[in-house]
Design a protein around this ligand. Structure first.
Ligand code: SF4
Length: 321
């Protein structure tokens, strides 16, 4: 995969990523722009994951990667790395599991006659356009199959790498229902650098929404997560919402930071190092709950404005990413 860069180091197998979930595999140490990352190339047994409820508007997901070098400190997916024998901190950010047979599997599992053509969501666990996708191109391969079969899909990402696949999105939007959605929690450069160090600048994500919209590809934004004490001032939230509406986002929704077990411990350790002044407030806010239940407290001025006309998005995807 990395021959063009000459950036491959073979490492011995097995790795913790075997875990019974995957077959075969090898570890590849990244170099150059991938320095510091280790890719665990595995063959997954299946690629379509059934979600046994539809409160998010879909029942099927595909995640070609596990782990994510976008390294968002609040990432809800961190604990899933523990199932593979990794830790939820630096391992989640650097030990990336790559399902190298994802395209072959999606082609087999969505064969006409076998598959009902339901909407498939990507970006529900880890980011399908994280840096690894720049070389492995699995998300693109999966999309090529879905477009060929006119299968509806939605994507949630923080990466402008999605624009690489604009040609596929344009073609897909002509054939079926799709949406390419962005998570943009803040436009504040300090908060961005502090909390999402591996992601593209949020202004570039807003520009990506505009590019998609201009090309006729439906795109919505989750202002997520809104982080108490860091990105929850009304003017901060209003800035994101205004920019995204100007960019043509079909809908702009807010999600407050949630801290479930595992992520909560990781986040609070980080907070104690970076912003110890906020720890007492967080201990109160999240003492006995993972989700903040009082969104009115953080209502934006936009709530008082007449609602602009919105096309209904295909689905809103999961409240994270
Ligand atoms: S929140 Fe999304 S982009 Fe950030 S590390 Fe997790 S999966 Fe990656």
């Amino acid at each position: 995969m990395f021959d063009s860069l000459g950036a491959v180091t073979e490492l011995p197998w097995p790795t913790p990523a075997s875990g019974g979930l995957f077959e075969l595999g090898r570890r590849v140490a990244g170099r150059g722009e991938y320095r510091g990352l280790t890719f665990h190339e595995v063959e997954a047994k299946t690629i379509l994951n059934h979600v046994p409820w539809d409160r998010f508007g879909f029942n099927w997901t595909i995640n070609p990667y596990r782990g994510c070098s976008h390294a968002c400190v609040y990432c809800f997916a961190r604990p899933t790395h523990e199932y593979l024998g990794f830790d939820i901190g630096s391992d989640f950010e650097t030990q990336i599991v790559v399902k190298i047979n994802a395209v072959e599997l999606v082609r087999a599992e969505t064969e006409p006659g076998r598959w009902a053509g339901e909407l498939i969501a990507m970006g529900t666990n880890t980011d399908p356009y994280q840096p690894a996708e720049g070389k492995y191109r699995l998300t693109r391969g999966v999309l090529e199959v879905l477009v060929e079969r006119s299968n509806p899909f939605s994507i949630l990402t923080k990466s402008t790498l999605a624009l690489r696949d604009l040609d596929l999105f344009v073609e897909a939007a002509k054939r079926t229902e799709i949406s390419v959605n962005f998570s943009i929690g803040t436009l504040d450069p300090e908060v961005w650098k502090l909390t999402e160090p591996g992601t593209p600048h949020p202004r570039r994500r807003v520009e990506a929404v505009a590019r998609l919209t201009e090309a006729g590809v439906p795109s919505s934004v989750l202002v997520a997560p809104i982080i108490p004490g860091l990105s929850d001032r009304p003017d901060q939230i209003a800035a994101v919402e205004e920019a995204c509406r100007e960019a043509g986002a079909q809908s702009v929704s807010r999600i407050m930071l949630h801290l479930r077990p595992g992520v909560k411990q990781h986040f609070m350790s980080w907070l104690a190092m970076k912003r110890p002044d906020l720890v007492p407030e967080y201990e109160k806010l999240y003492r006995d709950r993972a989700y903040l239940s009082n969104p009115k407290r953080r209502r934006s001025p936009y709530r008082r404005e007449p609602k602009p006309p919105e096309k209904k998005p295909v689905q809103t995807s999961l409240p994270f990413g």
